[in-house]
Design a protein around this ligand. Structure first.
Ligand code: NAD
Ligand code: ZN
Length: 263
């Protein structure tokens, strides 16, 4: 088991800002949400760049997320599969933040939920899979880097448990990898285009738990603003887009989202 670091303490949220944003969301009809790793820390899944983040505490872990090392080095693949088997997503449960976004959909206000997360917790919380745009893929599936094969992680997990350290594709013998986008790997064009479109179509963009440093997905934030949406950022740390936001709330996501989403 990977030890789960404590959730970083978030500063107290600004009650007046919460009330203002709650009214904006009440009045909005098409909210597009962008979530990052910060929404899942309260479910026990560490983020990358927060104070207790995986890369902050162990810079070498970054290698496991880089496609160049993954393809070149069987030892990196062996370690990456071990870390997939131990991934907290298998047992994690959605928290109050995820559930508040499910409520936003029940209220008929959610246009799209763009997520950088790969943990499947938005769907587990009740958001319709068709509304969740997983720009960085999912750990729940595995894909072959050399052919079209894609299948559930359980199939590969069974092979790992049976003793294969780096199972090859059963169709073509190629390299398998969790169906996530590693650094150095291209995004799926249809997926990121859909995210950009949903950023242009919304009347309110809610960016939650992301440092907004990973591109191209971070660009949905300024894009929505250029298309006249209100921009609300909920994150414990500052982001590069705080100064163009209509509201920035620096409290704990699990407390702030239920309050602003009417959950
Ligand atoms: P990040 O790690 O760069 O940043 C997360 C941000 O959330 C930090 O600024 C942190 O201060 C804030 N935060 C953490 N917990 C919070 C809380 N409870 N309340 C308020 N703020 C909180 O995350 P990122 O920008 O999403 O980028 C990391 C990339 O790594 C993503 O693109 C994603 O693909 C991947 N990732 C995914 C998961 C996951 O699926 N849960 C976990 C780690 C990394
Ligand atoms: Zn293959």
């Amino acid at each position: 088991m990977i030890p789960v670091p404590a959730v970083p303490p978030a500063p107290p949220a600004d009650a007046a800002a919460i009330e203002r944003v709650r009214r904006w969301i009440d009045a909005a009809s098409k909210v597009t949400v962008l979530t990052g790793a910060g929404i899942s820390t309260e479910s026990g899944i560490p983020d990358f760049r927060g104070p207790q983040g995986v890369w902050t505490t162990n810079p070498k872990a970054e290698k496991l997320s880089d496609i160049r090392y993954y393809v070149a080095d069987p030892e990196v693949r062996r370690l990456a599969w071990q870390s997939r088997l131990a991934h907290p997503a298998w047992t994690a449960q959605p928290n109050r933040g995820h559930r508040a976004l499910a409520t936003l959909e029940t209220r008929g206000k959610l246009h799209a939920l763009i997520t950088q997360n790969i943990d499947g917790l938005h769907q587990k919380a009740g958001n319709t899979p068709g509304r969740v745009i997983e720009v960085h893929g999912t750990v729940l599936f595995v894909a072959c880097l050399d052919c079209d094969w894609r299948g559930p992680m359980e199939r590969v997990a069974a092979r790992l448990h049976a003793g294969e350290a780096d199972p090859p594709c059963s169709e073509c013998g190629g390299i398998l990898k969790s169906d996530t986008i590693s650094f150095g790997q291209s995004l799926k064009p249809g997926v990121i285009e859909r995210a950009m479109r949903c950023a242009q179509e919304c009347d309110l963009m809610l960016a939650v738990g992301s440092t907004l440093q990973v591109y191209p997905v971070a660009s949905v934030v300024p894009l929505s603003k250029r298309f006249d949406a209100k921009l609300v950022i909920v994150n414990a740390q500052p982001t590069p887009f705080d100064d163009i936001a209509d509201a920035v709330i620096a409290g704990s996501i699990g407390e702030v989202l239920p309050a602003i989403c009417g959950a």
